[in-house]
Design a protein around this ligand. Structure first.
Ligand code: TRP
Length: 329
């Protein structure tokens, strides 16, 4: 039997190249080998009280992007978390066994509470139990997530194990992080420091929906330095980051020729950026066009979402039924 994989993404806006090369491309590679549930975590996004129009739009945007990038709704259950209300029931049950102390100690809670002291709501505190419900509702074997989610996954295992101990049953398994290994390509931001999408400014990231002019503008403005001064010197972080983008988006020859130019101090960053911009445009344009096509077809999007939710509902309703029975309802 195929192993079960679950992952969610918060609907915070358009997807960028970092999302694509980090997770999305790997999700798509998993769709044949695993029984995948990839959902949009719209319940989770309520912790920040999004405007209903934005919420609707962002959910659609992610759905369309997933499909445009090659996720096959026939193979993967693609759905919105809010289309699977069974999750909420499991969340309630798990909350009964989740302790205030452990929730307060969670790093993401502490960070968010520090950043938004006026909005430390119960949903934020129990973010990890909702995430555990997302995962345990399908009795997932693997959860493909980045480093920043590992603590949440650890808490999921704690809640699963605790549920088993309380009821003296070996009901939930222990979902593991799925490690993409060398397939996880890091995409730096255009401001020279950190990952793409990390900074608040949209100028740090190239979105799959950016048009040609926007891509050109963003890349031409990417941070550089005043150039190499010694032959074969080591590249400082900003420049190494720019070269990483060239490596991912341009041909090997292009990379080699700019690398040589850097090493013999003849490089002109303007030339590098122009080439990078053109190659990025070539890469992004087909995705952008496909996303727009899909977004224009509301009936199709609705159908994908419904079919995904039905598939998810099959496994979720079974879990909730069994859990209710174990609990004594
Ligand atoms: N917390 C995840 C994030 O911020 C999103 C998420 C919600 C998730 N539920 C999940 C990821 C379940 C994996 C599995 O990126």
């Amino acid at each position: 039997m195929k192993r079960i994989v679950v992952s969610g993404i918060r609907p915070t806006g358009n997807l960028h190249l970092g999302n694509y090369f980090g997770a999305l491309r790997n999700f798509i590679r998993m769709q044949d080998e695993y029984n995948c549930y990839f959902f949009i975590a719209d319940y989770h996004s309520l912790t920040t009280h999004p405007h209903p129009d934005h919420l609707r739009q962002n959910v659609k945007q992610i759905l369309a992007s997933y499909i445009a990038c090659g996720m096959d709704p026939e193979k993967v259950a693609i759905y919105a978390q809010s289309d699977l209300p069974e999750t909420v029931e499991l969340y309630l049950f798990l909350n009964m066994n989740a302790y205030l102390g452990e929730l307060e100690r969670c790093t993401s809670f502490k960070d968010k509470a520090r950043q938004n002291p006026d909005n430390i709501n119960a949903g934020l505190l129990t973010y990890p139990t909702l995430m555990a419900a997302d995962i345990l509702i399908h009795k997932a074997d693997y959860v493909p997530v980045g480093k920043d989610q590992e603590q949440h996954l650890e808490m999921t295992r704690t809640f699963a194990h605790r549920f088993n101990s309380i009821y003296g049953m070996d009901y939930f398994g222990q979902p593991q992080a799925f490690n993409f290994g060398s397939n996880l390509v890091k995409i730096p931001g255009l401001d020279g420091s950190g990952k793409m999408g990390k900074s608040e400014s949209g100028n740090n990231a190239i979105f799959l929906t950016d048009d040609d002019a926007v891509i050109r503008k963003k890349i031409m403005r990417a941070t550089t330095d005043s150039g190499p001064v010694e032959m074969n010197q080591q590249k400082p972080e900003v420049i190494a980051n720019l070269f990483q983008l060239v490596k991912v988006l341009c041909s090997e020859e292009t990379y080699k020729s700019f690398d040589e130019a850097y090493n013999n101090c003849t490089i002109r960053y303007g030339d590098l950026k122009k080439q990078l911009a053109e190659d990025t445009i070539k890469f992004v344009a087909p995705f952008r066009e496909r996303i727009q096509e899909i977004l224009a077809d509301d009936a199709y999007l609705e159908k994908v979402r419904r079919v995904g939710a039905e598939k998810a509902h099959e496994s979720a309703s079974k879990t909730v039924r069994e859990v209710r029975n174990i609990i004594g309802f």
